[in-house]
Design a protein around this ligand. Sequence first.
Ligand code: BES
Ligand code: ZN
Length: 610
Amino acid sequence: MKLTPLATFVALSLSAQANAADEHTYANLSDVTTNHIYLDLNIDFDNKQLVGFAEHNLEWQNKKARKLVLDTRDLEIDKVMYQTNDGNWHRAQFDLAPRHDVRGAKLTISFKQQADKVRVYYNSLPQASGLQWLTPEQTATKTQPFMYSQSQAIHARSWIPVQDTPAMRATYTARIQTPEDVRAVMSADNTDAFIKDGNYFFDMPQAIPPYLIAIGAGNLEYKEMSHQTAIFAEPTILDASVNEFNDTQAMIEKTNAMYGEYAWGRYDLLMLPPSFPFGGMENPRLSFITPTVVAGDKSLVNLIAHELAHSWSGNLVTNATWEDLWLNEGFTSYVENRIMEEVFGRDRAVMEQALDTAALKGQMPNLEQGDTRLNLKLNGRDPDDAFSKVPYIKGMLFLIYLEEKFGRDRFDEFVKGYFSEYAFKSLTTKEFEAYLAKHLLNKYPGIVSVEKAKQWIHQPGLPKDAPNPTSNAFINVDTHTKSWLNDQQDLTSLPTSNWTVHEWLHFINNLPRDLAKDKMAALDNSFNFTHSTNDEISFAWFMLAIDNGYTGIDDALAEHLEGIGRRKLIVPLYKLLAEKGQKEWAHAVYLKARPGYHPLAQGTIDAIFK
Ligand code: BES
Ligand code: ZN
């Protein structure tokens, strides 16, 4: 058949589309996709390498295709074998292209005939962007080494040769070998890891995108919290974590009731070392959690609600590209807040909304205009470089806006329907917009127009009529703050005895940035902020102190910066120190802290001191 020029154009753009949609992958999805991955890896702590092979079960989409293209970054490829349907294995030719700064190195594997299975024998390198390796001395118990992965957004390729795009899904199994006294866990069925013997088998029978493949290994013990939830952690922090997070089962029940049954079986938590660069990561069946939220009073457990919420928004219904991140994070921030309301009450949920909104408004002026759109335009940049609160909090505010306009009943029905319609699928913002128009905006016409939704999704900044969550508790804090600042009330008479961490955070964040020295000293004397045991309060206080040129925090600040590697709690401090003429001091602290940081944090902070 001869195609007309127009038909040729349409055919070509269709065949290019599958991966043209995600600019961060080299994968030729329209030719071939992986539907199952088997990992056979040895965790070599001495050389900081994973060594073994990844086997892909292939599903050919194009009869003529003879090539499989995988994403890699800093992998050493030993050989590639493929199996034909007669069961025989053959060596495959492969070509590893030069390393691209953002996307890594394209691995092209050529076959003589379409293979069912292909095995890539490889090892990762110590600098793998998606792995952190800790020596025993860098861990809490100091007896065994520790390693873990962080694959989102495009780091799975630094430890697995894979079609590294959230547009594709595969089930996976894995056999992992470690030293005998080290337990390994993965984002999968972990029951085999209950016996610590250095040899572990994992099974993830539900299809997931590669950024959710995850591994951790170290001196891990575990403790059940409920029939469905347990915690894996180093022994020193296990009990405290169990006490902090023992509402997890209640969170699951509430979410089931609102949005449909949890789809993944167990929901366990893995406590990571303090150097974990994020608060949490929603690896399926096993969320990865920073120890900086173990505050002793459950004040920061919205993080668990957040990672749990991803079991619906993100893991079940997935953004097709990293420009659609708000579909993951905005929905998750919204669901997180609904869970908090159910489990801890409306007042706390509104306080969290208000703190988040203030943080968004504080950050937005420092962002490129374009990066304040929900539907991001990355233009080839690393997704990490455009990371901000926008997909999270602007996304959440958009959904709160819709909830307020349509009413909770209609909106809940819409969200539940959306999760079920797109379960185990990936979608783009464009597809979401069509779904939204059909199942909400046009279903109940005259409430929110399609244009209005487009403004939220595609225009920079916040619409003028965006929700502005207000907490009565915070209004009360403001009143007292004012009277103290005006010398009408002294600190000891402020009614702080039953303030929650949220009220304290609101208090500190809203103090003037030109407070007199004696006022700063009075605050510290009364409330001992410099030595707070809550990492969020420490962070807020250090930001205020640096901004005000308040001295006397240096030792505590250095300890904070050297002790934790969660980017959110350290990067803004380094930036502010550099801006406020303390670059040299900050750099000296950084040089000491740097070896303990994750490669992602190192990258971000290196840029500040460059
Ligand atoms: N999935 C994110 C972490 C992430 C996002 C990693 C994008 C890489 C690229 C995780 O669920 C998250 O959002 N964590 C937040 C939690 C907070 C909003 C409660 C964090 O780490 O601070
Ligand atoms: Zn998230």
